[in-house]
Structure formats: structure tokens, C-alpha cells
Design a protein around this ligand. Structure first.
Ligand code: NAD
Length: 484
């Protein structure tokens, strides 16, 4: 085993827990690299109890004091960038560049958290003579963050710095497929001066997630993962009267018009559908070809065909996921779609047991086919051909998802027409992965997100706090009126 068995992190200490464990695989070579405990509701309860105990002390600090931890944490993320990226690469299978980018984005969220004192100041107004109203933000209490496999460091860090800087204490439930990063996050937070009990990690699977939804002392949770689970978690948490924000899966449409820049479009589309081996909620899934864009498609195929799998393109998370993606491709071809690039048989020399697939591009896909409708989550691009922008928009709007959508065009007018009508929360114009950088908020629409607001940026402030309104009168001269 390359790593010791994963442990929970409760009250500033690593702690064995759980009832049984699962293997953790390295997707690069298929080896078992560690074991992750399957924690029980009792383990969760221990974490919630210490988080509850830590809450008065942590929330009692001023926000200016609390963010000092995150100045330090940001620096430590940067100083440990390579080491963290190696961990991400081993447990998730992405390339080193992608793993580094993930850590850099985490540092960017920590930087945003440091700016919160500038953003959350309350306001005061004299509402009638001698009477003032004051509005202030308060933390919620103990909160939880449940995260997916595709960004073991970044997605936990979408929430940790923000929810903690705002004064909450928390439990993180990482994906059982990539549990190693969370332990390192805990160590860096402790090194940054975070008091014990403020941040806790409880590993495991569905059992822990359901216990989080049901725990009476957890006030709010965020979830990031597939739409099926996001929906179930949202229903269960809100039926227990918790605040919940559950980000789900995606099927992102990239619309290419004939006037698009050929080189820019090809490079961008390929980066979008092959980056992180297509395992991003922002990845291109459907290329909507408007009119004759064959010259661009040819270039996309050349560009994707030049990718060296195992070097420029990382692995799929598991053998099971790889088989599911291969089945999706096979089914589409059997239904009459035409493969322009077929990556199903990829084997990387020296890593024959790794879970690799090469870029796959499938033309002549009909909108009703499963591969055009459902999330594939692999390096697969399907092409649907339409006659004009309105048909492209109708197709995009029919998708039940709504995470991202993009248009490639040289026309500002067409770009605006598209961005106003596309049914997605994040729109790209000549950009295939339109991730809003801090302080902008990240979040999709429709079945890509259940709950109100977004998970990062300004919108997250609303979610992780509650407003207190205080009305004050100190002087008798204010008199008595209807609201005295
Ligand atoms: P997943 O839904 O399988 O798992 C996510 C989390 O839920 C994990 O912690 C897992 O332990 C837990 N879980 C799994 N099954 C559960 C169940 N039945 N009940 C309760 N909890 C359960 O997702 P994944 O495969 O880890 O991640 C990939 C998915 O995440 C993709 O669909 C991707 O689009 C999505 N994603 C979305 C965003 C976004 O912001 N919208 C960002 C990243 C990933």
C-alpha cells in the first residue's frame, strides 16, 4: 500500500473509525493504494458534537480575526502545490498540470475568503427619528460539505474557506473514491492556526451522507455530485428542514457557427471535452454544428487525434466507469452514429492496468439518442447537426441539465442572442469551460443545481449565513409611534 489507511479527522486528531473499509485505487495503474473507512452515524455524531462545541469560540471571533487563518492557508496551499498535486494525480488519475490547476483554484477561493470582511459588512439606517435599524450576518452553526471524486482538493475548497471564514464549524464528507486529499487539507488548516473541532472529516459512503441529512444539529449542507444523488440529498435534507444546496451533473452544449475562428474553436473545444479526461461538470458534451462547419470539425479531429493518452490525457476514475463509457459509445455506434475518432481500445504502455480511454468524437448523433441526452463523463464529444441558431438553442433548452453552454462565433450580436436564450447558469463565448473566477459565483441551473444561489463567490455568502435585524432606540425624544 502506498499510503497508510485513511482515518477520520475529529477534534484536531486523526482517528480510526467506521465499520469496515473500501479499497482506494490509483486509476493510473489500477493498484490499491489505501483503504478508506466506512464511517457510521455514530462516527458522524462524534464529529458533529465537537463541531458544535467549537462553534461558540470560533463564531465569537471577529471575521477579521478568522480570516487570518485563510491568509496562512492560501500560502500553505501554494507552498505545498506540487505535493498536493501528486496526491490528486495518484488518487484521481488526472495529469500533473490539471492537478496543479486544481490546487491553484483552491488557493483562489481561500483568497476570496480573505476578502470577506470587505464584503459582508452590515448596514445601518435611521428609519424614523431616533430609531435605527441594523442588519448583520450571522453564521448558521454546524454545517456539512459532501464532495465528488473529480476534484479531490478543489471542490472541498469551494466550501471550506468560505463557510469557515463566515463563522460556521463543519464536517467534510469526501468522495470515498478520492479520500486522501482531505487529510492533507486538515493538516494544512491546523498548521494555519484553525482551532481543533472547527473542521472535521468523516469518510464513508451513502450511509454518512444520509446521516448528515438526518442529523438534527447540522443546520445546512452543500453537496456536489451526480444529479441522481443531488436530487435525493436535496429532498432528504430539506424534508428535515435543513438548508441545502446540491450541485448535480451536466450535459453542456457547445454551439459552433460557420464564422467561428477555426483554430481558437478547435483548440478550445478539444481542451473542454478532453480536460480531466472529460470528468468535469463543465466539460463539452455535445457539439452543436450550425450549418457547414466541417472545416472546424476536421480541425477538432486533428487536434484531438494528436493527444498522447497517458501524458496529455489522464485516466478515468475506475474500471467500472470506463466500462460504462465504452458501453455508451458502443450503443451510439450500433444505433447508426459515426465515430470520427474512437478511443475505446486505448492501452498505455507500461500502465496496462490503468483505466484509460482516448478522445472519442462521434458524428451523426440524433438528439433522441442516449449519448446525446445523458451525462457520459468521459473524453467523448458527440456532434449533432442543426440548420440554424434557433434550432441549436431549442436543442440546448430541451436538456434537463443547465450547468454550462457555449457559443463559438465571430459575431457579438450572435453571442448576445445566444447568451440571453441559452438555458444554463454559466455561458461561454469562445470559451469551452466558462468557470467564473472569484469573486464571481459558480453554479448551474435546472437539474444541475437544486437549491437557491451558487456555491462560490458572492452568492455563497447568502447561503452560509443568516441575517439578524436589530431595531434600536436610545432617546426618549424619538417618541412613540406605530412601531415602538
Ligand atoms: P456521486 O453523486 O456518485 O457522489 C458524490 C458524493 O455523494 C460522494 O461523496 C458519494 O459518497 C456520495 N454518494 C454516492 N451515492 C450516494 C447515494 N446513493 N446517497 C447518498 N450519497 C451518495 O458523484 P461522483 O461520481 O463522485 O462525481 C461525478 C458527478 O459530479 C458528475 O455527475 C459531475 O457532473 C458532478 N459534478 C458536478 C459539479 C457541479 O458543480 N455541478 C461539480 C463537480 C462534479
Amino acid at each position: 500500500m502506498r499510503y497508510p489507511e485513511v482515518q477520520n479527522y475529529i477534534d484536531g486528531r486523526f482517528k480510526a473509525g467506521g465499520n469496515g473499509s473500501l479499497e482506494v485505487y490509483c486509476p493510473l495503474d489500477g493498484e490499491v493504494i489505501s483503504y478508506v473507512p466506512l464511517s457510521t452515524p455514530h462516527d458522524l455524531d462524534q464529529a458533529v458534537t465537537v463541531a458544535r462545541r467549537a462553534f461558540p469560540g470560533w463564531s465569537g471571533q471577529t471575521i477579521k480575526e478568522r480570516v487570518q487563518v485563510f491568509y496562512c492557508y492560501k500560502t500553505l496551499l501554494e507552498q505545498n502545490k506540487e505535493q498536493l498535486a501528486c496526491l490528486v494525480q495518484e488518487e484521481n488519475g488526472k495529469t500533473m498540470d490539471e492537478a496543479i490547476a486544481e490546487v491553484e483554484k483552491s488557493a483562489e477561493v481561500a483568497e476570496f475568503a480573505c476578502s470577506l470582511p470587505q464584503l459582508i459588512g452590515g448596514w445601518v439606517l435611521e428609519v424614523s427619528p431616533g430609531v435605527e435599524c441594523r442588519e448583520e450576518r450571522y453564521p448558521l452553526g454546524v454545517v456539512a460539505s459532501i464532495t465528488p471524486f473529480n476534484f479531490p482538493i478543489m471542490v472541498p475548497n469551494w466550501t471550506i474557506p468560505i463557510m469557515l471564514a463566515l463563522g460556521n464549524t463543519m464536517v467534510l464528507k469526501p468522495s470515498e473514491q478520492v479520500p486522501l486529499g482531505a487529510g492533507r487539507i486538515a493538516e494544512l488548516l491546523a498548521q494555519s492556526g484553525l482551532p481543533p473541532g472547527v473542521f472535521n472529516v468523516v469518510n464513508g459512503d451513502r450511509t454518512v451522507v444520509e446521516a448528515i441529512c438526518d442529523h438534527p444539529d447540522i443546520q445546512a449542507l452543500s453537496f456536489v455530485g451526480s444529479t441522481r444523488v443531488a436530487r435525493a440529498v436535496y429532498k432528504r435534507a430539506t424534508s428535515n428542514l435543513k438548508r441545502a444546496l446540491c450541485m448535480g451533473g451536466a450535459k453542456n452544449h457547445l454551439v459552433v457557427l460557420p464564422d467561428a475562428d477555426e483554430v481558437l474553436t478547435a483548440e478550445n473545444v478539444v481542451a473542454s471535452f478532453t480536460g480531466c479526461a472529460g470528468q468535469r461538470c463543465m466539460a463539452a458534451a455535445v457539439l452543436v454544428a450550425v450549418g457547414d462547419v466541417d472545416h472546424i470539425i476536421k480541425r477538432i479531429c486533428e487536434e484531438a487525434g494528436s493527444i498522447v493518452t497517458g501524458e496529455d490525457l489522464g485516466a478515468i476514475i475506475s474500471q467500472q466507469a470506463k466500462e460504462r463509457i465504452v458501453d455508451c459509445i458502443t450503443e451510439a455506434i450500433e444505433e447508426g452514429a459515426e465515430p470520427l475518432l474512437d478511443g475505446r481500445k486505448e492501452i498505455v504502455t507500461g500502465r496496462e492496468n490503468g483505466y484509460y480511454l482516448s478522445p472519442t468524437i462521434i458524428d451523426e448523433v440524433r438528439p433522441e439518442m442516449k449519448i446525446a441526452r445523458e451525462e457520459v463523463f468521459g473524453p467523448v464529444l458527440v456532434i449533432v447537426r442543426v440548420k440554424d441558431i434557433d434550432e441549436a438553442l431549442a436543442l440546448e433548452n430541451r436538456s434537463p441539465y443547465g450547468n454550462a453552454a457555449a457559443i463559438y462565433t465571430g459575431s457579438g450580436g450572435m453571442a448576445r442572442y445566444f447568451s440571453q436564450r441559452a438555458g444554463a447558469g454559466m455561458i461561454g463565448v469562445n470559451i469551452g469551460v466558462p468557470v467564473p473566477r472569484e469573486p464571481f459565483s459558480f453554479g448551474g441551473w435546472n437539474q444541475s443545481r437544486f437549491g437557491i444561489g451558487d456555491i462560490t463567490g458572492r452568492s455563497s455568502i447568502e447561503f452560509w449565513t443568516r441575517l439578524k435585524k436589530t431595531t434600536t432606540k436610545w432617546s426618549r425624544e424619538a417618541g412613540v409611534n406605530w412601531m415602538s
